[in-house]
Design a protein around this ligand. Structure first.
Ligand SMILES: NC(=O)c1ccc[n+]([C@@H]2O[C@H](COP(=O)([O-])OP(=O)(O)OC[C@H]3O[C@@H](n4cnc5c(N)ncnc54)[C@H](O)[C@@H]3O)[C@@H](O)[C@H]2O)c1
Length: 377
């Protein structure tokens, strides 16, 4: 049996560099080629990381590629993933998996027909911080989770991203773009969602690109940019999720969960590391830094800050499943549940009604320190 999977990448934009920098640190991943609609983007990434630059067509046909990572923009995810499956290869997609439950279900049915696996980001819930939080829940340290609050708020993406259009089109917006991190984290800690309700708004109808060669160009905003949602979980917990790109500053924590025996303050689910803080019934605070988990260790410098970044951990977990069998955590069913939750939040914002979540899923297995270490080279 091969000890590494031949992998290709379609979509050579901003996030492809992160995957290409971090993937070599994981076992089982051998990224060999990349492709993009924009041939120059593929050639640049290929020469930077010593890969073959292919056309999308040739990459889909390449004999040495068993899995393709789909790093295209959200509204191309479904079509590109479907093409990858059609060419008999496994898919690992960036989030969101698809832009509707119907599309996601069609992808799931097609993957079963083709007997291929589909995995999907985010994998930040596999980070040391979030697996430490998971251990807290599993050890009963805060008792049963009754509720919580999540806040992900800023003034959007046009200040730093050179092509921020997709953030403001259907498939973008703070719920479909950042919601996956929060929903995956909540699924890891609490379990599946039962129903949602929300109010949404779009206060700014256009945005101005602030960076790169298109600086000064305006983008029409075609999706809600402020969302106040409430998620009811199957275990009865109710969690408020506020996601906005209309906020210059705020003082809220990313995630707080309230249990029968105490509270837990969870660091930003968009990142792998950070401190988990626990409060007991008396309010005494204990800090856990997750130091014994390998995915807590700072391994990159980001604007002068040392951070833990283990992006590609979910891909490595899936690669083990392709190579040796067994399940993997960033699964299609979990991604499809997240799509259902996110589009239902937007639907509730339009209709003013509660929306039941249709796509069932399960909590992922915890990724303990020893198992995480095995995913690293
Ligand atoms: N940028 C980030 O920090 C970040 C972080 C996490 C996840 N993501 C996710 O990764 C995905 C890509 O984001 P990005 O920031 O790299 O975007 P990007 O716009 O920088 O790059 C996307 C690339 O995909 C190519 N592309 C688009 N449609 C294609 C198609 N049909 N076939 C082949 N190539 C195609 C584009 O030419 C472009 O080079 C998005 O889903 C985003 O949500 C991005």
């Amino acid at each position: 049996m091969a000890d590494a999977l031949g992998i290709g990448i379609i979509g050579c934009g901003t996030i492809s560099r992160t995957y290409l920098e971090l993937a070599p640190r994981f076992s089982g991943l051998d990224i060999r080629a990349c492709a993009d609609l924009n041939r120059k983007a593929a050639e640049e990434r290929a020469s930077e990381f010593g890969l073959r630059a292919e056309t999308v067509h040739d990459l889909l046909l390449a004999d040495d590629i068993e899995l393709i990572v789909n790093l295209t923009v959200p509204d191309a995810h479904y079509m590109v993933s479907h093409e990858i499956l059609a060419h008999g290869k496994h898919v690992y997609s960036e989030k969101p998996l698809a832009l509707s439950l119907r599309e996601g279900q069609a992808l799931s049915d097609y993957a079963k027909k083709k007997k291929k696996l589909v995995g999907c980001a985010p994998d930040t819930f596999l980070g040391g911080a979030h697996q430490t939080a998971r251990q807290v829940v599993d050890d009963g340290l805060i008792g049963d989770i009754l509720g919580g609050t999540c806040h992900v708020m800023s003034h959007g993406m046009e200040a730093w991203h050179p092509n921020p259009d997709f953030f403001y089109k259907p498939g973008g917006g703070p719920i479909l773009d950042l919601g996956p991190y929060y929903i995956a984290c909540l699924l890891n800690l609490i379990g599946p969602v039962k129903r949602v309700t929300a109010m949404t708004s779009t206060p700014f109808r256009s945005r101005t690109i602030g960076h790169g060669s298109r600086k000064g160009e305006r983008i029409d905003v075609e999706t809600p940019t402020t969302i106040h949602a409430i998620l009811e979980f199957q275990n009865g917990a109710t969690v408020t999720l506020t996601a906005s790109w209309d906020v210059w500053a705020h003082g809220h924590a990313p995630m707080e969960l309230y249990g029968t025996k105490g509270s837990m303050f969870v660091p930003d689910p968009n990142f792998f590391g950070g401190e988990v803080r626990l409060a007991d019934r008396a309010g005494a605070i204990r800090t856990l830094n997750g130091a014994d988990h390998p995915f807590s260790a700072a391994n990159i410098e980001d604007n002068g800050v040392q951070r833990a970044n283990y992006r590609a951990a979910g891909l490595a977990d899936m690669a083990q499943s392709v190579l040796s069998g067994g399940g993997f955590r960033c699964s299609l069913d979990r991604a499809l549940h997240a799509v259902d939750v996110m589009v239902s939040i937007l639907k509730s914002g339009e209709t003013g009604s509660f929306v039941d979540i249709e796509h069932p899923t399960t909590r992922p297995e915890a990724l303990g320190a020893a198992e995480a270490a095995l995913l690293l080279r």
